[in-house]
Design a protein around this ligand. Structure first.
Ligand SMILES: CSCC[C@@H](NC(=O)CCC(=O)O)C(=O)O
Ligand SMILES: [Mg+2]
Length: 372
């Protein structure tokens, strides 16, 4: 199957409410969609990079530039020959370039989506989905008051979310977690995400979270320090989960070997795509390490693909793939709506959803067509 070209489409979608983390506050999701066009179909990938290099070194502009300048040209030999795509050859071709995992993931996923649509196979089936629907957690930002937080959590619990994740930072950690635990009781699945806001000096303070029975504390320390996370893990009863630190299966292997974490948040964008995400899933499962699917405020395009991944057997904890309404008044695909705390895994070919043209056009900032 030969492609006719690749489109880089930049979109911006307003969030229904500001989303505050330890590294900043998001008001819009400024993201990049990659579309691979063939004579018979098209494939879509969503780039997880944020507007600024605050969560990770990548940002939307770097993704656009590296795709245009290096990653798309690298795939020309693989996408212009007859016959089905060899997605593993595509993956290897992209691995020649260092970093830029989110840009790579968007491109590889669009190629994979086009290939699977042509073959009539769903992404879930291709990856090894084991269930038809996945239990959903929700990520709750830092708020102006504990009362506001309790109201937000109350609403999410009423919507049926199976797990609550609270963003924390120094000065907003013990009080909100204690308040949620006291209000909603010991059975609420509850976890915290620090986005690397603490240092090992804070270990005694973080140990004060232990009595609250958290499922995990996510990325407490710097993204580039597996050794300090291993030392911290020995000082806490709360399991340590890594997010920003894990860019590849090799990182996951190092973290497991060092004892830096006992749970991994897998984000396909952060690790360079769904093939690598499955490798990390397989590695973690072999070591008895639980994984769950993280989120990057994806539109329905990325949300659909993440649901396929979250359905793999080793994803034993609720992830951050929430309903479309968590962030958006109107999604660019048919909305994902929570059903008894679960979202259905798309069963159509490829990612199983398509952007709705009029809605996509409304949020499009720019498009760039790269002909093949
Ligand atoms: C803007 S924050 C993005 C990174 C963050 N993601 C979430 O908290 C989940 C966001 C979502 O619900 O998609 C994380 O560190 O896990
Ligand atoms: Mg995180």
């Amino acid at each position: 199957m030969k492609i006719t070209g690749i489109e880089l489409r930049r979109i911006t979608m307003p969030l229904i409410a500001p989303f505050r983390t330890s590294f900043g506050t998001e008001h819009h999701r400024d993201t990049l969609l990659v579309r691979v066009a063939t004579p018979d179909t098209e494939g879509w990938g969503e780039c997880a990079a944020m507007t600024a290099p605050l969560y990770s070194p990548e940002y939307t502009e770097t993704a656009i530039d590296v795709l245009r300048r290096y990653l798309v040209p690298a795939l020309v030999p693989h996408l212009t020959r007859p016959g089905p795509f060899d997605i593993h050859a595509v993956h290897r071709a992209l691995r020649r370039y260092r970093g830029h995992q989110m840009a790579k993931s968007a491109l590889e996923t669009a190629v994979l989506d086009a290939g699977l649509r042509t073959a009539g196979q769903s992404l879930g089936s291709y990856l090894g989905a084991a269930v038809p629907a996945v239990p959903c957690g929700v990520s709750v930002g830092i708020m102006n008051s504990v009362e506001a937080l309790l109201d937000a959590v109350d609403d999410y619990v009423a919507q049926g979310y199976r797990r609550i994740k609270l963003k924390i930072e120094p000065g907003w950690d013990l009080a909100p977690i204690r308040a949620v635990r006291e209000r909603f009781g010991p059975d609420l699945l509850l976890q915290a995400d620090a986005n690397a806001a603490y240092t090992l000096v804070d270990a005694p303070h973080l140990a004060k979270l232990d009595p609250f029975g958290l499922l995990l504390i996510e990325q407490p320390l710097a993204d580039d320090d597996l050794v300090q996370h291993a030392r911290l893990a020995k000082l806490l009863r709360t399991p340590v989960c890594l997010d920003e630190s894990i860019h590849s299966a090799e990182h996951a292997a190092a973290a497991i070997t060092l004892g830096s974490c006992s749970i991994i948040n897998i984000k396909p964008g952060r690790v360079g795509g769904y093939l690598e995400a499955r490798r990390i899933h397989d590695l973690a499962s072999a070591h008895g390490v639980a994984v769950w699917c993280g989120g990057m405020l994806e539109t329905g395009i990325g949300r659909a693909a993440n649901l396929a991944l979250a359905a793999l057997p080793g994803f034993t904890l609720p992830g951050d793939t929430s309903a479309s309404s968590r962030y958006y008044t109107t999604d660019i695909t048919a909305p994902f709506v929570l059903q008894d705390g679960h979202l259905p895994v798309p069963t159509g070919p490829g990612i199983g959803v398509d952007p709705i043209p009029d809605l996509l056009d409304e949020v499009t900032v720019s498009t760039e067509w790269i002909p093949f």
